[in-house]
Design a protein around this ligand. Structure first.
Ligand SMILES: NC(=O)c1ccc[n+]([C@@H]2O[C@H](COP(=O)([O-])OP(=O)(O)OC[C@H]3O[C@@H](n4cnc5c(N)ncnc54)[C@H](O)[C@@H]3O)[C@@H](O)[C@H]2O)c1
Length: 462
């Protein structure tokens, strides 16, 4: 059951009569239609009226309108203005460039810019590796999208994707001190995207691909990894996979099972599911059964594309066929990165003892987590209003911090596994339980631990 949250928070400025009951009438009106008041400020007071700012959380944009309507319908109340606080946060964008050097006088200018800067340019021309020492390349990542698979919104294009990419850049800075910049490309052509990223690569120490639809994202990442001498990481794939593997490692600790003994059903073989399967296989589970919209993936299925063929050839040791529900019977773990409401409590009940259910489809999971909890020993979702949120923020800032610190030229599965282990290990035995298998996204220990693990793995391979 969703609850009013800060994603739909409004401030209503209104005029009300100066009576003793005014405040009570206003707050009761909001409460009656289900709004949650977070602030009540009298901003002006006169003999005949008060002007009040009421800030409250709503469920949706329409619910916010209902709340405003309920206030405006009170006798003597006039709504002056409604501000959507989420829109206010976005006015003019969420990030900016600031100078690290003082530019106070001609001397400063001569060093930071011409003529002094010319010697730096010459040094880099003579030794291109110096770009990592003497320019922003050392600490800068491009957040590249074509706007084709943005959040749960689908193909909304590059301009509409920009607020998400800005948010990503802000998270990079906040959690790992990485300077990331949005690069929203006005093309959804695979060759053009690859060429565009290749052309901008000199500026960056890494490329974070974001919200690019499957299967295009697989080819774009693979080809860029071949062409570029900086790491290329598609967060929707590998960021998700890292956090899922970390969470699973801890969930297995909770139920006292070993990965090598587990049969794992992964529902969804798109961007997230394929990467999860690839990383899971690094951990040698007893078997992985992949399922997509056409049922269990097996080598005998028609029309397998390159991605599905790879999945079919590396999973499903017993050559199973059939439906998702059939695949779940006797399985130890269910990982859903697919679509809403695909399974019910009876499917969870059909799994092995102490089943683990990660229902990650967003915003509505494969199973209502409350339903899953009836039979599952551990439940995780992608949502912030339930325990055990699988959130990529646990991974990507630290991953890039480690890659940049190591001056890495590539990224490997060993580095992804190192990142997953580091996230899992932040939850020590004292805190680990069925409702706490991943650390909080605000746990300051996470990004440094991930960065150090990735840096070590990168230096070890360098
Ligand atoms: N941190 C997280 O919680 C997290 C991270 C990544 C993705 N997700 C969620 O996972 C879902 C998939 O993301 P994606 O980027 O991989 O999408 P995608 O479009 O690349 O892949 C979707 C996959 O789901 C399968 N699918 C769709 N309907 C199905 C059905 N009825 N039965 C079985 N399989 C079905 C498709 O065949 C496909 O393999 C989305 O809801 C996304 O929000 C959550």
């Amino acid at each position: 059951m969703p609850v009013p949250g800060p994603g739909y928070s409004i401030t209503v400025r209104l005029e009300a009569p100066p009576s003793a009951s005014a405040a009570g009438d206003l707050t009761s009106a909001v409460g009656r239609v289900g709004g949650v008041i977070t602030a009540f400020d009298v901003v002006e007071s006169h003999t005949d009226r008060i002007v009040v700012d009421i800030t409250c959380n709503a469920l949706s944009a329409n619910h916010a309108k209902d709340i405003t309507g309920a206030l405006g319908a009170l006798p003597g109340v006039r709504v002056r203005k409604v501000s959507d606080r989420t829109f206010l946060v976005h006015l003019g964008g969420k990030i900016e460039v600031t100078s690290k050097v003082a530019l106070r006088n001609r001397d400063d200018l001569s060093r930071a810019y011409t003529p002094g800067v010319a010697r730096i340019c010459q040094a880099i021309a003579e030794n291109p590796d110096d770009a990592r020492r003497l320019t922003v390349k050392r600490n800068t990542v491009a957040v590249v999208t074509d706007g084709s698979a943005v959040l749960g919104l689908g193909n909304i294009g590059p301009a509409a994707a920009l607020p998400v990419m800005e948010g990503k850049a802000a998270l990079f800075k906040k959690f790992a001190g990485v300077d990331a910049w949005p690069v929203c490309l006005d093309t959804q052509d695979t060759e053009e995207i690859i060429r565009a990223v290749e052309l901008i690569a000199p500026v960056y120490g890494g490329i974070n691909l974001e919200d690019i639809a499957a299967p295009r994202c697989f080819e774009i990442e693979a080809r860029l990894r071949e062409k570029l001498d900086i790491p290329v990481f598609h967060d929707d794939q590998h960021g998700t996979a890292i956090v899922v593997i970390a969470a699973l490692r801890n969930a297995l600790r909770v139920v006292g099972k070993k990965m090598q003994d587990c049969r794992i059903v992964v529902c969804g073989t798109g961007a997230a599911g394929s990467a999860i399967i690839r990383l899971l296989l690094q951990k040698n589970p007893a078997d992985v059964i992949a399922v997509d919209i056409d049922g269990v993936v097996h080598t005998g299925r028609d029309n397998l594309d390159d991605n599905l063929r790879w999945v079919a050839e590396h999973t499903n040791a017993e050559g199973r066929t059939g439906t998702l529900h059939e695949a779940m019977v006797g399985a130890d773990v269910f990982i859903g990165v697919s679509a809403p409401n695909l399974i019910g409590a009876e499917q969870v009940a059909s799994m092995a003892a102490d089943p683990i259910v990660f229902a990650l489809a967003n915003p509505d999971p494969e199973i209502d987590p409350m339903e899953a909890q009836r039979h599952a020993a551990v439940v995780a979702t992608g949502r912030s209003d339930f325990p055990n949120q699988i959130n990529n923020v646990l991974a990507f800032p630290g991953v890039f911090r480690g890659l940049l610190d190591a001056h890495a030229h590539t990224i490997t599965d060993a580095m992804l596994v190192a990142a997953a282990n580091a996230i899992a290990d932040v939850v020590d035995g004292e805190r680990l339980n069925a409702s706490f298998i991943v650390p909080s996204v605000f746990d300051a220990a996470v990004a440094p631990a991930v960065a150090e693990a990735v840096r070590r793995a990168a230096v070890g391979e360098g």
